[in-house]
Design a protein around this ligand. Structure first.
Ligand SMILES: Cc1cc2nc3c(=O)[nH]c(=O)nc-3n(C[C@H](O)[C@H](O)[C@H](O)COP(=O)(O)O)c2cc1C
Length: 190
């Protein structure tokens, strides 16, 4: 089994990066093959809405998103990590999700499998936010869950931490990193 971690934060080694790292370590310790992609290191455009994918199921823009499509197709467990920014996911993550319009087209227009095969993929979401506002994760949850649904990825849960703001603050949380490690182990066990 292969796990794909998608780091959506613009901040390297920030709070969601640390949580994702622990999740991946937990999964790797259970024998899973892991791969993490930090979206901030990729060069990719936003969706052009050219509609070319409605005919082909492929994106005409040949940039680093082509690697992301390939990684999604080859993975069994997909873990997305993004802090809350302006009450939603980061621009990096939203841009990646929008570029999956070609996968939406495969499923809903061309009536083929969005990720090419029928394996049972699972998805997990990790997020933090600097504030402690009520319902602060709802917009991100709605977007990420919808994305998983479109890709036929079964939603398997989330880890959400409020009041985590400065870089590395997650290390001061009593057990957040442990929770992430254990979630990685649990998901790896299926
Ligand atoms: C542009 C920007 C927008 C933000 N918007 C929110 C917000 O709407 N709600 C919130 O609780 N925190 C917000 N934050 C704070 C981040 O969620 C917080 O600093 C988080 O710990 C960053 O995680 P990271 O280290 O993984 O990037 C924002 C931060 C930035 C830079």
């Amino acid at each position: 089994m292969r796990v794909l971690g998608i780091a959506g934060s613009p901040r390297r080694s920030g709070n969601t990066d640390l949580l994702l790292e622990e999740f991946m370590r937990g999964a790797a310790d259970k024998g899973l093959e892991t791969k993490t992609i930090a979206l901030r290191t990729l060069k990719f455009e936003t969706c052009r809405h050219c509609d070319a994918c409605l005919k082909t199921g492929q994106c005409v823009v040949k940039d680093d998103m082509q690697d992301v499509y390939r990684e999604l197709e080859q993975s069994d467990l997909i873990v997305v990590a993004s802090p809350v920014q302006f009450v939603g996911p980061t621009a990096h993550l939203k841009a990646m999700i929008d570029r999956c319009q070609c996968l939406w087209a495969r499923k809903y227009v061309l009536k083929v499998l969005p990720l090419g095969d029928e394996r049972e993929r699972k998805g997990f979401f990790i997020s933090v936010g600097g504030t402690k506002l009520k319902d602060m994760f709802e917009p991100s949850l709605a977007i990420v869950k919808t994305w998983f649904h479109i890709l036929n990825i079964e939603y398997a849960g989330e880890l959400l931490f409020k009041g985590i703001d400065e870089k590395g603050a997650i290390k001061k949380h009593p057990d957040a990193l442990k929770q992430a490690y254990e979630a990685g182990q649990k998901l790896a066990e299926g």
